[in-house]
Every structure is written in structure tokens, then in C-alpha cells.
Ligand binder design. Structure first.
Ligand code: GDP
Length: 330
């Protein structure tokens, strides 16, 4: 094999390896698209362009929930269930904490040990990035790489703590919100907007002493959901319960995801949603490039430094300064 750099291959080698389902090449391709080096980005885009016609065939499912709700346990059991049904499953993560701290909420612990041993599953922790938008952008590219490598279910996990849900919602076909039964305070702590984004809700840990509270929580959510605006007026999001520990309810959740997708395939909604998502991705790329360009200018421009100083000192209005900076950029 001809190496271009220490770990870098030629575009042909990436493409051939990906289309052959080679997981070593898939890992290398994922590292390539995460690289900040200009030459890697050019090569990464070339690889993506060439595999693009072989993508899009997977069912993309976003899974969110607060830390401790049981996401990784659920994804492991769901992944094993799908592998058992002859699916090839890729698990990707969008981790908002990886930007702020060096550690991450999702990546630090040993997660999904059993699933990671399966030859039909591929688990990739969150890409590090300078911004959450950057991480989301890499995740979209990662979805395409996994699809080219033959994964027909892509699970995108994110922590339910803020704006990452919206980003993930914009890259998947079905968005699942995991929730945990609490002592009557089910609707606290979860933003109404996140519930409205969900195509399905599942109350986790419905086992043992937690079974009754889980059932009660289900009724509370069912009542609450009637008062909210659903993400999609052709679909009433189901509220299900499950126990990943006892392997109960996982099949019903998957059946519900499948029936959503077959209905939305028939009526064309999924295709429209994917088209809109592509356009949103393009907008995000434009915004990211402008941000990056601005950052570079900030570092190199005495004029921008001066404008920042004047804004800080209250000598110049922020919109005025922004106008001057933007006129420098374009
Ligand atoms: P995450 O932070 O959302 O990824 O949550 P984890 O999957 O790490 O689970 C958090 C805790 O909940 C762990 O101690 C799990 O063992 C426990 N847990 C996860 N799923 C279940 C379940 O179905 N039933 C019960 N009783 N506990 C569970």
C-alpha cells in the first residue's frame, strides 16, 4: 500500500477500502475528515465526493437524553438487537462537552463493550472540534463514510444538555428522546422544544421498583404531548417504555422507528426532510468557513484588533464594527 503521509492514503485507497467495508480504512477516513490540515481537508472532500453516490441508504436515528438516562446501555442493547437482525450498525456521537473541557460526557467511560466486539458494529466517539457546529459538520461527513462502508443503520447519540439536539435533529431521519421517570417532576428539566423535536419518546429503566413510576411518567407525557406542537403533523410521536437491562421494549421501539420510516417514505416526507437537511448543512458550512476566516483575520489584523478595543471601551457600537470587519472579509 502506498502511504502519502504517516497515516494518510491516496484517495483511491480510501474509496476502495470504504466501499469494501474495511473498518481500518473507515477509521482512517474518519480521522482524515476530522483533521484540521488544509491538505487533509482537500483529500477528505475528494474522498467524500467520490463515495457520495454510494451513500444515503441507511436509516439515520438520533438518540438524546440527559446524562444518566441510560443512553449507552440502550444503544448497546438496541445495537445488539439490530446486529442480530443482520443489520450493520454504526454509532456516532455529538458531544457538546468535548469543546469546553478536554474530557467528554460521552467518551470517557468504557461504553458499549459488547457491541464494540461485534463485527457488524462500528462505534466512533465524538470528534474533537473548535465548535459544536464543527463537530456536527464532521458527524454529517462521518454518516456518509459509514454508509459507504455498508452500515445500514446509523445511530447518532448526543447528550441532552443544550443546542446539540437541534444539530442532531437536522442530520437524522428519526429523533428519539430518552427520558427517565422522576418523582412527579417529569416535565422539569426537559425543554419543551426538545420534546417537540422528538419523533418518539421512550421512558428508560422501566423495571423493578421503577416500573410503576415509568408507567405513570408515560401517562403524564401522553397528556402533555397533546398540548405541544408535534414535529410532524403526519405522525403522533409514540411514548414507549423500555428496560435495556432486562432487554424489554427495545423491539417495540425499533418497530415504531421502522413504521415511521416506511410511512414517511411512502408519503415522501423523508426525502423532503433529507433535501432540507442538505441545504442546512450547506448553510452551516458557509457559516463555519466565515467563522474560520474571521478567526484567522482576527489573529493577523491590527485593524480588527483596534476595532475590538474600541468596542470594548464603548467607543464604537458593535454593529458598526461588525460592518467594517465584514466589508474587509468580502
Ligand atoms: P447515559 O449517561 O445516558 O449513557 O447512561 P448509562 O447508559 O451510562 O446508564 C446510567 C446508569 O443507569 C448506569 O448505572 C446503568 O447501569 C443504569 N441503567 C441503564 N439502563 C438501565 C435499565 O434499563 N434499567 C436499570 N435499572 N438501570 C439502567
Amino acid at each position: 500500500m502506498q502511504y502519502l503521509g504517516k497515516n494518510r492514503l491516496s484517495a483511491d485507497e480510501y474509496v476502495e477500502g470504504l466501499l469494501a467495508g474495511d473498518i481500518v480504512i473507515l477509521s482512517k477516513a474518519l480521522s482524515l475528515i476530522e483533521s484540521h490540515l488544509d491538505e487533509d481537508q482537500v483529500l477528505g472532500l475528494e474522498v467524500l465526493k467520490r463515495i457520495f453516490p454510494k451513500t444515503g441508504q441507511s436509516l439515520r436515528v438520533g438518540i438524546t437524553g440527559v446524562p444518566g438516562v441510560g443512553k449507552s446501555t440502550f444503544i448497546e442493547v438496541l445495537g445488539l438487537y439490530l446486529v442480530d437482525k443482520d443489520h450493520k450498525v454504526a454509532v456516532l456521537t455529538v458531544d457538546p462537552s468535548s469543546q469546553r473541557t478536554r474530557g467528554s460526557i460521552l467518551g470517557d467511560k468504557t461504553r458499549m463493550e459488547q457491541l464494540s466486539k461485534s463485527t457488524s458494529a462500528f462505534i466512533r466517539p465524538s470528534a474533537a472540534g473548535t465548535s459544536l457546529g464543527g463537530v456536527a459538520h464532521h458527524t454529517r461527513e462521518s454518516i456518509l463514510l459509514c454508509e459507504a462502508a455498508g452500515y445500514d443503520v446509523v445511530l447518532v447519540e448526543t447528550v441532552g444538555v443544550g443546542q446539540s439536539e437541534t444539530l442532531v435533529k437536522n442530520m437524522v431521519d428519526f429523533f428519539l428522546l430518552l427520558m427517565i421517570a422522576g418523582a412527579g417532576d417529569e416535565l422539569q428539566g426537559i425543554k419543551k422544544g426538545i420534546i417537540e423535536m422528538a419523533d418518539g419518546l421512550a421512558i428508560t429503566k422501566a423495571d423493578g421498583q421503577n416500573l410503576k413510576p415509568a408507567m405513570q411518567a408515560r401517562t403524564i407525557y401522553e397528556n402533555a404531548l397533546h398540548l405541544l406542537t408535534p414535529a410532524n403533523n403526519l405522525w403522533q410521536p409514540p411514548i414507549l417504555t423500555c428496560s435495556a437491562e432486562k432487554n424489554e421494549g427495545i423491539d417495540k421501539i425499533w418497530a415504531s422507528i421502522e413504521s415511521f420510516c416506511s410511512l414517511m417514505n411512502e408519503n415522501g416526507y423523508l426525502a423532503v426532510q433529507r433535501r432540507e437537511q442538505q441545504l442546512k448543512w450547506m448553510q452551516e458550512c458557509i457559516r463555519l468557513s466565515i467563522d474560520r476566516h474571521l478567526e484567522q483575520k482576527h489573529h493577523n489584523s491590527a485593524k480588527i484588533d483596534q476595532l475590538r478595543k474600541e468596542v470594548e471601551e464603548g467607543k464604537l457600537l458593535p454593529p458598526q464594527a461588525a460592518k467594517v470587519i465584514l466589508s474587509e472579509l468580502f
